[in-house]
Design a protein. Structure first.
Length: 319
């Protein structure tokens, strides 16, 4: 009892001394987060301008490069009207591309087979229009974090659009030490390839450091693990990390036996590996599929025994 009383008396004395000597430390107020926004108008913009709403850039790449160099918490590039989208300039910081007034008036128009992402990117509140494409079309995240926001609308092409977490038809020099990551919150997409996509006849074996794919909204036709070629005969993945698939919402439209979250193994196809020892391999890693909010009802998943044959494990949890 006496020890407690002495402790309280000591504490009161220390507080009194602090008040008298004004030694309390006042923490500085937290600075407000800073957002930098630049504008792109392909009709009347100029890449030598300042990128403001009144003086926009002409090209997306110029705006991406400029905003990447800004000190800010959030970096945004707004597209005014229609923009012919062919590329995303290399950048280090997370950047958001969005429509100036929204998906009803602003668009990224694609008329080629693939658009490559070259840095962490979010796309939101804009239409991505693939209707001018004449064959397969896709966005390749190239191992960078790609988020397709809930405000994204998609105009479909002849065949697509697909999403590729890694590289589209990579060269030997293309590759990444990062895990692949795509999050879909909006838009209607066809196939999602969890790895690199090789469409040449080299039948390459591509090492993938691991994949995180999340479906929060919108829709995808199916999710493909291991397959990385449009026709199904080119390339295969060797996984050096786990493949995590999380379904929180949205829709997987193909629920047939060849749809859902599917494993596509080309190892046994003589048209692919004839005369070689190339083999799809999980190298002791796992495919982990989490269905939240009742999303897993009727969705096919890979066969556990087939996973073991490929030196992998399968874990499926439905919540």
């Amino acid at each position: 009892m006496h020890k407690r009383k002495k402790f309280r008396n000591l504490l009161a004395l220390l507080l009194a001394v602090a008040v008298l000597t004004n030694t309390f430390t006042v923490l500085p107020a937290r600075a407000e987060e800073e957002t930098v926004t630049l504008y792109v108008n392909s009709l009347n913009g100029n890449d030598e301008s300042e990128g403001t709403a009144e003086a926009p850039y002409k090209t997306l790449d110029a705006a991406i490069t400029a905003v990447d160099g800004k000190e800010a918490d959030h970096r945004i590039v707004k597209i005014v009207g229609e923009y012919q989208w062919t590329s995303v300039a290399e950048h280090t910081n997370p950047i958001t591309i969005e429509g100036n007034t929204g998906s009803d008036t602003d668009s990224l128009t694609v008329n080629q087979a693939n658009v490559n992402v070259n840095g962490p990117l979010t796309i939101d509140n804009i239409t991505i229009d693939f209707s001018a494409t004449t064959g397969d079309c896709s966005i390749a995240a190239r191992g960078y974090d790609l988020v397709l926001g809930k405000g994204v609308k998609v105009e479909e092409g002849k065949n697509g659009p697909d999403l590729i977490t890694g590289f589209y038809n990579p060269s030997d020099e293309d590759g990444t030490e990062k895990r692949h990551s795509i999050t879909v919150q909006g838009g209607s997409w066809r196939r999602v390839f969890l790895g690199d996509s090789v469409i040449n006849s080299a039948r390459d074996l591509r090492e993938v450091r691991g994949v995180d794919f999340t479906l929060d909204g919108g829709s995808v036709e199916d999710i493909r693990i291991g397959s990385n070629g449009w026709g199904g005969y080119y390339g295969a993945c060797s996984y050096a990390g786990n493949v995590n698939v999380t379904i929180n919402g949205g829709t997987i439209t193909n629920t047939n036996t060849n749809g859902g979250v599917r494993l596509v193994d080309l190892s046994a196809n003589p048209d692919w590996n004839a005369g070689t020892d190339k083999k799809m391999d999980f190298n002791g890693n796992a495919v982990q599929i989490l269905f939240n909010n009742g999303t897993g009802e009727g969705i096919p998943v890979p066969d556990a025994e087939k996973m073991k044959e490929l030196d992998g494990e399968l874990y499926v949890l439905k919540c």
